[in-house]
Write a protein that binds this ligand. Structure first.
Ligand SMILES: CC(C)(COP(=O)(O)OP(=O)(O)OC[C@H]1O[C@@H](n2cnc3c(N)ncnc32)[C@H](O)[C@@H]1OP(=O)(O)O)[C@@H](O)C(=O)NCCC(=O)NCCS
Length: 183
């Protein structure tokens, strides 16, 4: 689905543009995701595991753009992608048709500027318009920033997954399973 470009004012007095991701963004999206995955231990992949070619990424973005039940947003400033967030259906089968899944990331040097909140608000509004009845996500128990963001927007913990992630030093991280019911 397409979301027209809009300007978002940030807490530092600057601004960024929020818009839906286009297939032409593929090379910059790959760069953004690789940087982002290196910045946080709380996302599912390592930078090396995000190994799409620009052509593969472009095809994925084209598919998402043409999917009326999916929205992938980015925030950009000075030609650089600084955040990305998306929502899509849990699956195409009738019994899970009412469930959406959400993911979000903001570049570290832009944290706590209100970008995460702005992206969440747009994705929640889109999900409701689409007819989804609930939005689901998974967050590491130690990811305090993300948990605060999700709780601020009405997500509640409905379960805990032990050892959701395993790190190279042999340690584990537990996950919270979260859901927001839509009116
Ligand atoms: C989680 C994340 C998306 C938040 O994005 P953000 O742009 O910093 O979010 P916002 O500035 O809109 O802040 C939203 C809320 O997050 C919480 N938050 C932000 N910074 C925080 C901090 N330093 N400490 C604790 N909570 C914080 C607050 O509740 C805040 O609400 P408030 O501004 O009304 O107080 C961002 O930190 C991020 O991308 N982290 C790495 C990737 C990641 O963990 N993604 C989620 C995977 S489940």
């Amino acid at each position: 689905m397409i979301h027209n470009a809009e300007t978002l004012l940030l807490r530092d007095g600057g601004s960024c543009v929020i818009r839906s991701v286009e297939p032409e963004d593929a090379p910059r999206m790959l760069q953004y995701m690789k940087n982002m995955l290196g910045e946080t231990p709380f996302l599912l992949r390592t930078p090396e595991e995000f190994d799409y070619t620009p052509e593969e990424e472009s095809r994925i973005l084209e598919k998402r753009k043409n999917d009326p039940r999916s929205l992938m947003l980015l925030a950009e400033r000075d030609g650089q992608i600084i955040a990305c967030a998306d929502v899509q259906s849990h699956g195409s089968k009738s019994r899970v048709w009412h469930r959406a899944e959400l993911g979000i990331s903001v570049r570290k040097d832009f944290w706590h500027q209100g970008i995460g909140s702005a992206l969440m608000e747009r994705l929640i509004a889109f999900s409701a318009q689409c007819g989804f009845e609930q939005i689901e996500l998974t967050a590491s128990q130690k990811n305090r920033r993300a948990l605060n963001l999700y709780m601020k927007y009405g997500f509640a913990v409905y379960g805990t997954r032990p050892h959701g992630m395993k790190y190279p030093d042999g340690s584990y991280g537990d996950d919270y399973l979260m859901v927001k019911m839509l009116p």
